[in-house]
Each structure stands twice: as C-alpha cells, then as structure tokens.
Design a protein around this ligand. Structure first.
Ligand code: AMP
Length: 407
C-alpha cells in the first residue's frame, strides 16, 4: 500500500513526500478511504499511530476539490484538548499542505488573542481548544457559519478535562450539514453518547485497539520509594537513549525532578500545566531539537508532545489507570518505531501493576538493575505516605520528599 493509491491531489502527495512519509500507517489505510468518500468516522486510536495525518490528508483533499471556495472562510474545525496538541495538528496541516494555498490557525488560551484573530480571517482550517474558541465566538470574532467538516480529536481527554459543555455549545452553532469525525484513545460510555449525538452512521475504525503499539517493550523496576531518584539516575546512565520522557504524578514533582537532573548534568526540561505559553514552547522546542535530552512531564501536559526521537518513556510514578499508561507510552515508538517503557514500581503500586498487566494482556518483566545498590533499602526509615490523589492541595507540599537522601 502506498499513498498514490488514495488518488490524492498531486500537491498533497508532494507534501507527504516532504514530510518523509513513505507508506500509510494502518489507521491511515483504513480511515482515509471512507473519509474521502464523505463518511463520518469514529476512530479508536491512540497517539503515535499516525491518526492526525489520517484526517488531515482527506480534509486537504476535500478543500482542494472545491478550490474556488477557499476564500469563503473557515470550512474545517478541529477541536483538541491542549495547546500542544492543537499546535501539533496545526503543524501537520501546514506541513502536509505546504504545496497548497490552504491555511490553518491554532487557537488556544494563555496567549494574546490578537494574532489568532488575524489568522482566523485568512484560515480555511481552525484547530482550537474549546475554551478560547468559545470566547472568540462570543466576542463575534470567529465565524463558523461555513464549517462543513468537524474533527473531535482526543475526545476522551477533552471530556476528562471538563470540556463537554463548551464542545456542545460550539457544535450547536455549526451548520448541521457536515462531515464529522471523532478520535479517541478509549471508548467510555460518555464518548459513545457523544458519537450517537453528533456522528451520522459512522464508519468505526480501530487502530492498535486499546493496547499499546506492538513495537514497545515494557519493564518494571521494583524499588523502595525512597530509592527512586537514585535508581532513575542509574537507569539514565546505563540506557542508550535518544530523547527520554519521564512522567511524574504531580506538577511539583515534574519541576523538581527536572531541576534535580539538570543539576546532576543531564540536559533536562519539564512540562506541566501552569507554565506560561512561552515557557512551554521553549521546553517543547528544546526537547524536539535535542537541546534537552530529557523531558519530565505530568499526564495532562504530555498530551500532544510530538517528538519522533523519544526512545524511552520512564514512569517515575506509575499512573493510576491502564488508559493513562497507554497514553504515556504512546509517546514512544511513534509511527510504529520501537520504543521502551520503563516503570519504577514500589510496593504501594501493586494494584496499578495488576491493572496495567491485565490491560496489556501480559506479565511485564521485573528487572533488578545490576550495579545499583539496593542495600540502602534495608533501612528505609519512616515510611513515606503517598499523597492522596484526590486530596485538596495544601500549601506545605507533600511531594517535596522525593529527593530526600536517606542513609
Ligand atoms: P500521530 O499519531 O498523528 O501523533 O503521529 C505520530 C507521528 O508519526 C508524527 O510524528 C507523524 O509525523 C508521524 N507519521 C504519521 N504518519 C506517518 C507515516 N505514514 N509515515 C511515517 N511517519 C508518520
């Protein structure tokens, strides 16, 4: 199978070549034909499968099929949960449509709205986070009256983040005659309802099901909680990595871990929810270009991290759910390249370990790292209480203790 067989406009094929894609990924093979035929599509696909291009390519084709209407204003709306993902989708449109006149604009909060409003005047494609878009619509600055194609990307995450009311308000103001596609890594009941409400007889496509891409290998590193930081450093020393993404449970831990690693000579940065847009951009660009080999992130901030070089994902803290584990490790092995998922697990993680192994359908290898001194584990000192995940934030941060050097 190659891209030529989709009968795409020559300029789109040129864009594909420029992007360096040789053959379509499975979700592209399955989603592009029905989308080109104008069908609604429900895609169960995690990031890393090539799902973005799976909708970008047919949308470009549809726009070019009515090229004389390109000056009519925005015809395509893509809703995405985070600024990073919105920017990544916008860049995909720009890259694959480089040889066309089609323009896209990324719309998200936390930055001045002026350049975005200017972009809205010229763009055929709006890629937006729901909150800022609704804000602009309410100010009369975003005209969606010509939208005939709607994409809800990472719909499960948008619902998790509480965007459902905003999404409904936005859709209620779109023309009802349109092609709609919804992509989600998981298919909870709320997504099923959304699908029934907004998609018309959709073609259902699964890529990678809800299990992580096959190219990824998994390993658990059992360790007492107070030795996690030491074991992590040893892992960094012994693994032959390109770019490496580390996950922590809290924003504070992400920041302090990145700073700690930086002070130990590892070029590291972090990404977490309450950073300025400029700071996020600096982190992401630095990570993508290799200035930082290590990125430490929280789950929410990690959505949309698109870096082809990630060779390893390390769960410094194990996530709460199997879905979250799948999302995290979807950041490595992108577009079916191989990747490694390493997780530090403590005795308190036993429940999550079981849930993850059940979801993977396999037992994950437990590894004791040669050369690491686990003997300090013999004197763990007073047991650290794990911060309750749902507990309200207190000013005396409980996460502080992660680098306590114990004897
Ligand atoms: P996504 O799942 O959309 O986040 O895409 C994951 C990564 O795969 C991105 O870096 C894309 O640029 C890349 N990609 C998408 N489609 C292809 C393809 N057919 N061949 C090679 N790389 C691809």
């Amino acid at each position: 199978m190659n891209f030529e067989s989709f009968d795409l406009d020559r300029r789109i094929l040129d864009g594909i070549r420029l992007a360096g894609y040789v053959s379509p990924t499975p979700i592209q093979t399955r989603a592009i034909p029905p989308l080109l035929a104008g069908r609604d599509v429900l895609g169960l696909a995690q990031t890393g499968t090539g799902k973005t291009a799976a909708f970008v390519l047919p949308i470009l084709q549809k726009l070019l099929a009515h090229e004389t209407s390109l000056n009519r204003g925005a015809q395509v709306l893509v809703l995405a949960p985070t600024r990073e993902l919105a920017l990544q989708i916008h860049e995909n449109f720009t890259e694959l449509g480089a040889k066309t006149r089609i323009k896209s604009v990324a719309v998200f909060g936390g930055v001045s709205q002026t350049p975005q409003v200017r972009g809205l005047d010229r763009a055929q494609v709006i890629v937006a986070c729901p909150g800022r878009l609704l804000d602009l619509m309410n100010q009369g600055l975003a005209d969606l009256s010509q939208v005939n194609t709607l994409v809800l990307d990472e719909a499960d995450r948008m619902l998790d983040m509480g965007f459902a009311p905003d999404i409904r308000r936005i859709i209620s103001r779109l023309p009802s005659q349109r092609q709609t596609m919804l992509f989600s890594a998981t298919m909870p009941q709320a997504i099923r309802s959304l699908t029934r409400e907004y998609l018309h007889n959709p073609e259902e496509i699964k890529a990678g099901a809800s299990a992580p891409v096959a190219a990824i290998s998994h390993a658990f590193y059992p360790v007492p909680a107070h030795l996690k930081a030491g074991l992590l450093e040893e892992l960094l020393r012994v693994t032959d990595h390109q770019s490496l993404l580390i996950f922590t449970r809290t924003k504070h831990r992400a920041k302090s871990l990145a700073r700690k690693l930086e002070s130990r000579g590892w070029a590291s940065t972090f990404l977490q929810g309450n950073m300025s847009q400029n700071r996020r951009q600096e982190s992401m660009t630095g990570f993508r270009t290799g200035k930082y080999k290590i990125m430490v992130a929280t789950d929410i901030a990690s959505r949309g991290i698109d870096c082809d070089l990630i060779s390893h994902v390390i769960n410094f803290d194990l996530p709460d759910t199997a879905e979250s584990y799948t999302h995290r490790i979807g950041r490595t092995g992108r577009a079916e390249r191989s990747g490694k998922a390493l997780s530090l697990v403590t005795s308190e993680d036993a429940d999550q370990v079981r849930v993850i192994e059940r979801a993977l359908g396999q037992a994950v290898e437990r590894i004791q790292l040669d050369g690491f001194d686990y003997s300090k584990a013999g004197n763990p000192g007073p047991r650290q209480k794990k911060p309750a995940r749902t507990a309200p934030r207190r000013s005396g941060r409980t996460g502080k203790g992660i680098f306590m050097d114990r004897p």
